[in-house]
Design a protein around this ligand. Structure first.
Ligand SMILES: Cc1ncc(COP(=O)(O)O)c(C=O)c1O
Length: 421
């Protein structure tokens, strides 16, 4: 069948296809020993599940169920949710936003799909989105409707912190905003690395962007105020020159497909039109489940007392397993874990491409994410950079026994690769 150029573009298989299919298979295949260390599915925390259940029961008892499922809402989102969200954010951060600065989408994934293609591409002198620190979220990889040239990324500075730990930083010396740059974009905390771009780095990006008259887009899927999966101090900032994206997924509601964009009215109106054209309006359910906890402020306490400590403990546990199973003599390094739900492992000089390592682990029932997909924004001249074929991402949301088994398999395959070289 003949597909359009956009159809062909969307048919290209990328890392996100493998990721979603592997994740689905690991969850639903019924194979008991599969270790799902890929994907960004949040843990099902009982405290959160109880909250969403209580909300649902209230909705049923108070007769809101019918209006929730039997009618369309405004394309911007559920009015009560937007009102509560605006107050919640203004109370905490003093941004002075109004409902006109907010749009709800079918998840953060869709938010970025729309934003990238609305801000850059054909018909505009602006033809690229600039990623100041590669690697970044693999889910963006195939979102361009004009092909890979929409994205340009900059290699990071690598700082070795000792004891098998390293950290990326933004290489400001090589970060250039060009006349064709439409926006700067980054996830913070970062998926896949767990890096949190510092407040100082973000301020520098904002100053550069402001001088160039372009926005900075921050994907805050793991950040504050919710879910606040962070372990280093970092401020959530916003002004009219920023586009901030939030999501309900990582507070345990990925099935409700709810993303939130905070931006200046002009951008919000364009996103809202795109939502109307493509989906009429966003999904109501997640907004209705969360609204009471925004209105009474109790979401903060659960993020602070449950979500944040949970993921911090999981990160420490997963890192302890790396130290237990990986050969201390091998040149492996884990990115300093500062947020999100992943460990990013760099095996310096890995003798086989990481795709092969992924396939060997997969054959043994251990699913990880090969790192090269996350470097999608690197320009052609940097495609040969070996580092991108030496990294894997591990999710640490799985139970202890799964992490034990999975990390042991990975460590054995890494040791084998070095030994056979
Ligand atoms: C950085 C980042 N942005 C966006 C998304 C998509 O989130 P959502 O479920 O809200 O579409 C994810 C999902 O894992 C993510 O890690």
């Amino acid at each position: 069948m003949d597909f359009s150029r956009i159809g062909q573009q969307l048919n290209v298989r990328t890392g996100i296809n493998d990721l979603m299919e592997d994740m689905y298979e690991a969850i639903y295949s019924g194979r008991p020993n599969l270790c799902q260390l890929n994907g960004g599915a949040p843990a099902m925390l009982p405290e959160l599940v109880r909250m969403w259940r209580a909300s649902m029961e209230r909705i049923m008892e108070q007769g809101e169920f019918e209006s929730l499922v039997c009618s369309y809402q405004h394309p911007r989102g559920h009015e009560k949710f937007i009102q509560s969200l605006v107050k919640y954010l203004n109370d905490r951060y003093g941004w002075g936003i109004t409902p006109e600065n907010v749009a709800v989408t079918q998840g953060g994934q869709m938010a970025f799909f729309l934003l990238f293609n609305l801000l850059a591409g054909e018909g505009s002198p602006k033809s690229e989105i600039l990623f100041p620190l590669c690697p970044d979220y693999v889910g963006y990889q195939a979102q361009s409707l004009v092909g890979p040239s929409l994205f340009r990324g900059v290699k990071p500075r690598i700082q070795r912190l000792g004891n098998h730990v390293f950290k990326y930083g933004i290489d400001f010396e090589n970060l250039d905003i060009r006349p064709e740059t439409a926006a700067i974009s980054l996830s913070r905390p970062a998926n896949p690395t767990g890096n949190v771009v510092t407040d100082e780095e973000l301020d520098m990006l904002r100053a550069m962007a402001k001088a160039a008259g372009i926005p900075v887009m921050v994907d805050n899927a793991y950040g504050q105020p919710f879910p606040d999966i962070t372990s280093v101090p970092c401020n959530t900032v916003w002004d009219e020159n920023m586009v901030l994206s939030l999501s309900l997924s990582k507070i345990g509601l990925p099935g409700t497909r709810t993303g939130i964009i905070i931006a200046r009215k002009e951008i919000i109106d364009t996103v809202m039109n795109a939502v109307t054209v493509s989906a009429l309006c966003p999904n109501n359910l997640g907004q209705a489940l969360v609204e009471p906890y925004l209105a009474d402020g109790s979401l903060d306490a659960v993020c602070r007392d449950v979500v944040k400590p949970y993921y911090r403990k999981r990160a420490a546990f997963a890192e302890s397993l790396l130290r237990q199973y990986f050969d201390d003599e091998l040149p492996w390094h884990v990115h300093k874990s500062e947020g999100a739900m992943f460990l990013w492992l760099w095996m310096d000089g890995l003798p086989i491409p990481v795709q092969e390592l992924y396939e060997r682990c997969r054959e043994r029932g251990c699913y990880v994410n090969p790192g090269h997909h996350f470097f999608f924004a690197l320009p052609p001249e940097d495609r040969g950079w070996r580092h991108q074929h030496e990294c894997v991402r591990l999710s640490f949301t799985q139970p202890d026994d799964v992490l034990h088994r999975g990390i042991r398999i990975l460590a054995e395959e890494v040791a084998r690769a070095y030994k056979e070289a």
